[in-house]
Design a protein around this ligand. Sequence first.
Ligand code: SF4
Length: 248
Amino acid sequence: MRAFSKREVRELYRRLAETRPIPQTELEFVSPFTLLVAVVLSAQATDASVNKATPALFALADTPKKMLALGEERIIELIRTIGLFRTKAKNLIALSRILVERHGGTVPHDRAALEALPGVGRKTANVVLNVAFGEPTIAVDTHIFRVANRTGLAAGKTPLAVETALEAVTPVEYKRYAHHWLILHGRYVCQARKPDCPDCVVADLCRYGAKTGPAELVAARAGGRAPTGLSEPAAKPASRPVRSPRPA
Ligand code: SF4
C-alpha cells in the first residue's frame, strides 16, 4: 500500500473538517466529571445506550461526592441497560472515591492520574484530555482503528500503534479535532460491514482495496482505470447533517 504523502494527509483532514467544522463527541455530558463517567460507561457500549441512561444518573449525581452518596446499588439500577453495568457501577464508586480523596473532587488534567482511576485506560484518558481539557490527543477506538488501517492513513496492528502513527502524520492544526473527525467518519460513512464509498469525501485518497460502489466502478478500480462516464467519488458535501456546536 502506497503511503500517504504530506499533501494527501492534509487534504484528507481538510475535507473531513469541511464536512464537520466543529465536531463534537456524541456523548451527553455537562462537566469534566460527567464526561469521564459517560466515557467509562461507553466501554463496549454504544453512545446512544449511554445517553439514554445518563440524564437520570447525572440528575442525581453530577459530582464525585454525590456519586459516592448515591451508592453502588442505586447506580446499578440507573445504568442496568448498559453492558457490563455491575463492573461499571463498581468502577464509578471507586473512581469517585479517589477523586474526592486525592483530587479535591475534581477530574485531574493529567494522563497518569486519569489512567490510575478504575475503569480508565489510555483511550478514556485521551478522550477526557481532548474533550474536557482541549489537549490534541487522539483516542483510538474501534472506528478510528478501522478507518486508519483501511484508508492507509496510519496503519497499525494495535490501537497504540495506530495512535502513534496518527500522532506522527496528523498536521498540528488538525490534531485538536482529528479524533472526532475520524470517529464520525467511521461511524457514519466508513462503517465496518459496508463502507459508503460512493458517498465518501476522501474516496480518491483512500487506499482501501475493496471499496463499495456501482459494479462498473468497482470493476474499473480493480483494473486500475476509470470507467467511461463514471468518475471516482470526488469531494462533495456529506449527506449526513452537520451537528450544531454544543455550548462550551
Ligand atoms: S473510500 Fe470507502 S473504505 Fe475508503 S474511507 Fe471512504 S468509506 Fe472508507
